[in-house]
Design a protein around this ligand. Structure first.
Ligand code: ADP
Length: 700
């Protein structure tokens, strides 16, 4: 259970925001389906029946990792084109002349109007291009579909940060994100957190990494079976590099022959299979939620109010040797189920094989389910998962965009795949760095004739996510706001809406966003930082790690860096000699490098550093639980480093050379030194990673 009952606080979010979405859904339901049938487990009488088998598209791309998929034709279905709101008026109501040259009626140049439109390079948008085009049009921004010689404000990439060399603006990918959310890396990152906070991270199924942990897997399964002979588990094996259900299978026992084949061929994760999922219409389904990582430092996370639910196409039964191979029963991937004859394309967002998440919540609430609790549990899951991912992302970031060098700032939309258990507990299945943003699907119009047709459910959810991500990242927003303040005319906001666009336009203070719906992305961090900051221990370890990396651009700590870390943090003692420190470094580094087979550069990776840190913490603070041991050691390290920084600052100010090179301060957090631990002893961390403590030592 989280401290300070964040569930209750988080639930308020649902109350304020998402209830509105379910109410809107309810209104739609009144029109579309028989309201009395909502919540019934059976397929409703009026609901669409399975259609004729839909032949598989050449590459069904939905909701998986889009990295390997070809770009669809860049045409926009006519039916998707929304009418241009405010009919090309400039913000004060006059028609635009070539988009930009509008003057205020006073005759003065209207700085507000003269702001150029935000520019977006969409040349690498790939499968998200259609949704992106609609979003840019709705925002009245300027798209550069073939790129631009001059820099753009925003670069929208379909695949990864490394798509191109960009030195300014904002790009919709973080360096290293694709690597971080791969099945093995995600499992490792979550496992570190599970070691520190087992209760808080029990939303991720127990996982083992193959082939390294095969023996451990066999031993642990045997141990549980010995303790409880009635335990009949099922496991799901997922290849590390797979996506869209590719290569996934279920097994009942570690001795399964297919597992031996996987061990020989490719790295994978084997995971406890969740046998009792929540069913709707007797079908298993999962949830795709869109999460915006707006910034790493400071951490800013937003969650979209609505997502998608993807349904299996064969009624669910608990796994048995007879049905283990039934992929349409056990795997919810759209890319697989679209091949099933039972797949239902629907024009409604609340029926068919793909629906909005809000339609599911509406249906559950009509059954009396506490959907506020469901929603707050999901928010917790998302924040905790991002907290597990950010430490290594920071290492990637400083390596790709070293401080002081020109580079873009980053943001990224992530696709969280979540399964609800029968008891409504959300379980994290995976995180997608490139969630599909396609808004059409392929349909067979007549035998052998295929056409891409708009998918309403996709458009409703995905266009809102892209458009509102752009709104949040709008680089000119601050300038517009400050110019508006200069003019003494506050922008109309959703909280303080104008009577009408035209009325406010005629007053000259139109909000260019006034014609848009309220933002569908809600901030959850730092909004709920207080409840979650205590979990950010690895983040603080990453700050220490980055500080001692030395040469910018590397991701691994050399032996000298590790020694300097030990010395500067005063961790060596009579019982931990520097020779023992060297052995510790060699042992752990060698093991991690052989495990990850990462030959890019030699040295200690962050995860190896974390392992070494745990070891040192356990030695130093024997009697405490692990997370307190670790927090105490972090406090101690931060304390000693802050004293050094202060000393150097004082020397610097008084013109005395300290004789040693200043360590680069890795993060803003390190700029403010922590207060010394009470009575010279470290205190357990209470307020988490962003504890900006004020030194009691005067600087002058
Ligand atoms: P992929 O990237 O190939 O889609 P996922 O991890 O998303 O891999 O797994 C594919 C599907 O398998 C999921 O959509 C879900 O339906 C099912 N699945 C995955 N892991 C589990 C699990 N631990 N328990 C139950 N079902 C699972």
């Amino acid at each position: 259970m989280l401290r300070g009952s964040p569930e209750r606080e988080l639930a308020a979010w649902w109350e304020a925001e998402a209830v509105a979405a379910t109410k809107a859904q309810a209104a739609k339901e009144q029109v579309r389906v028989d309201p009395g049938a909502a919540g019934e487990p059976e397929r409703k009488a009026g609901e669409e029946q399975p259609k004729e088998p839909v032949p598989a598209p050449p590459c069904a791309a939905e909701e998986g990792d889009a990295r390997i998929l070809p770009r669809p034709p860049p045409t926009l279905p006519v039916s998707l084109t929304k009418p241009e709101p405010a009919s090309g008026l400039c913000p004060h109501g006059k028609s635009r002349i070539k988009g930009r040259s509008c003057k205020r009626s006073s005759g003065q140049p209207d700085e507000y109007c003269s702001l150029r439109p935000v520019t977006v390079d969409s040349s690498k948008a790939r499968t998200s291009l259609d949704a992106l085009k609609i979003s840019i049009r709705q925002l009245k921004w300027k798209e550069f579909p073939f790129g631009r010689r001059l820099p753009c404000d925003i670069y929208w990439h379909g695949v990864s940060f490394h798509d191109n060399d960009i030195f300014s603006g904002q790009v919709n990918k973080f360096p290293g994100m694709t690597e971080m959310v791969r099945k093995i890396t995600l499992s490792r990152a979550v496992r570190i957190m599970q070691n520190l906070f087992p209760e808080e991270y029990n939303f991720y199924p127990r996982s083992w990494i193959l082939p390294d942990e095969f023996q451990l897997f066999v031993a642990q399964v045997q141990m549980v079976k010995d303790g409880d002979p009635s335990w009949k588990p099922t496991f799901i094996v997922k290849p590390d590099s797979g996506c869209q259900g590719d290569g996934i299978y279920l097994i009942k026992d570690p001795s399964d022959i297919r597992l031996s084949a996987t061990l020989q061929s490719r790295p994978a994760v084997v995971q406890e299979y969740i046998c009792k999922p929540l069913l709707i219409d007797k079908l298993k389904f999962d949830i795709r939620l869109y999460v915006l990582l707006k910034s790493l430092e400071p951490l800013e996370i937003y969650i979209a109010k609505d997502g998608l639910s993807r349904f299996c196409t064969e009624p669910y039964q608990e796994p048995s040797p007879k049905n283990l191979h039934h992929i349409f029963m056990h795997l919810t991937n759209y890319s697989l189920n679209i091949h099933s004859g039972n797949f239902i394309h629907s024009d409604s967002t609340s029926t068919g094989s793909k629906r909005t998440f809000s339609s599911i919540l509406y249906r559950l609430s009509s059954k009396g389910v506490d959907i506020k609790k469901v929603w707050s549990d999901i928010i917790s899951l998302v924040i905790k998962t991002v907290i597990a991912l950010t430490p290594e992302l920071k290492v990637f970031y400083q390596s790709d965009i070293p401080a002081g060098r020109p580079g873009p700032t980053c943001f990224q939309i992530l696709g969280f795949d979540i399964l609800l258990m029968k008891n409504l507990k959300p379980i994290l299945l995976e995180v997608n760095a490139n969630p599909s943003m396609r808004i059409e699907h392929e349909q067979e119009l007549s035998p052998g004739v295929f056409e891409n047709v708009p998918s309403l459910v996709d458009e409703e959810v995905k266009v809102a996510v892209i458009r509102d991500t752009l709104r949040l990242m709008d680089p000119l927003k601050k300038r517009r706001e400050s110019q508006s303040q200069l003019l003494g005319k506050p922008l109309a906001s959703k909280e303080n809406p104008p009577h009408s666009d035209l009325a406010s336009a005629s007053r000259g203070n139109a909000n260019p966003d006034a014609h848009l719906p309220s933002i569908c992305l809600k901030q959850v961090f730092p909004k709920y930082a207080k409840q979650f900051n205590y979990l950010r221990l690895v983040d603080r370890m990453a700050n220490l790690f980055i500080r001692f990396l030395g040469i910018k651009g590397t991701m691994k700590l050399g032996p000298t860096g590790f020694r300097t870390f030990i010395r500067n943090c005063k961790l060596s003692s009579s019982s931990l000699s520097m020779a023992a420190v060297d052995i510790l470094y060699i042992d752990i580094t060698r093991r991690w490098n052989s495990m990850t087979m990462d030959q890019r550069d030699s040295g200690m990776c962050l995860q190896a550093f974390v392992e070494a840190f745990f070891y040192l913490a356990q030695r130093k603070f024997k009697m405490l639980p692990l997370h307190e041991q670790v927090a105490s050691l972090i406090d101690l390290c931060e304390y000693h480093l802050s004293l050094q920084d202060e000393k150097r600052l004082v020397c610097g100010r008084s013109g005395i050379s300290s004789g040693s090179r200043l360590q680069p301060s890795a993060t803003p957090q390190e700029a403010a030194p922590p207060a010394p631990p009470a009575e010279g002893r470290p205190q357990p961390c209470t307020d988490g990673a962003h504890k900006v403590s004020h030194s009691r030592h005067s600087l002058s």
